[in-house]
Unconditional design. Structure first.
Length: 221
């Protein structure tokens, strides 16, 4: 009789042990899912925002350095735009020097990519405590060079703007807009961001009437 009771108790203990193992496995699974979700929803978001802020500055600096470097080679208004006037001084024809504009665009794009690539290779400085999710201490701690930001593309567009500044006087502004697309890679999430850097390269006052077709149209396509 005693032997039977001992066998029954042993069986119940054995059965209870299996149940505890399943519960422990489920808890571990839930904890892992929670950690991954927290990392993706909070920590990755903070890391990406820091990368975006730094990359925005990097793109602006890289584009400005590239544009200034190209302009220092000697580029003026007459290199970019052809203007033809009649005997009365009225503008009858305006056209962009497509060959010169394309050449300058290629140089700006190439130099911007080089400058931006050099900056991104050094990495984005991110405080170590951000990786642990301590938002209140994100400005403190040892910085880690986060090297998971890459260039997707760089484009350069020329824009033209006309503004009346007096009787038969028109201010013609030529500006360059550099567009940089970068990819921020992180665990479980990749994000592509576009940054723009505008830069005025020339301003000229045109004396004489300018046809409406130029005032309201696009000089650069």
């Amino acid at each position: 009789m005693i032997d039977c009771c001992e066998e029954n108790i042993y069986y119940k203990r054995k059965k209870r042990g299996k149940g505890n193992g399943v519960i422990a496995l489920i808890l571990c699974f839930v904890i892992i899912i929670g950690i991954v979700a927290y990392y993706k929803c909070f920590i990755v978001k903070k890391i990406n925002q820091i990368c975006i802020d730094y990359t925005n500055t990097y793109c602006a600096l890289s584009a400005n350095e590239a544009i200034l470097g190209v302009l220092n080679d000697g580029v003026d208004y007459n290199d970019l735009v052809f203007i033809e006037k009649n005997n009365s001084g009225e503008v009858v024809l305006m056209s962009a020097n497509a060959l010169k504009v394309n050449l300058i665009s290629q140089k700006i794009v190439s130099k911007t990519e080089e400058n931006l690539s050099n900056r991104l290779e050094k990495g984005v400085p991110i405080p170590f405590l951000v990786f642990l999710g301590f938002d209140m201490f994100k400005g403190y701690g040892q910085e880690i060079d986060y090297k998971s930001v890459f260039i997707s593309s760089v484009e350069c567009d020329f824009l033209s703007n006309f503004k009346s500044v007096g009787i038969n006087q028109t201010l013609h502004t030529i500006s360059v807009v550099v567009k940089c697309k970068v990819k921020v890679e992180s665990f479980l999430q990749n994000e592509i961001q576009e940054f723009t850097a505008p830069f005025i390269i020339s301003e000229t006052v045109l004396v004489g009437s300018v046809p409406e077709v130029y005032l309201n149209g696009k000089l650069f396509n």
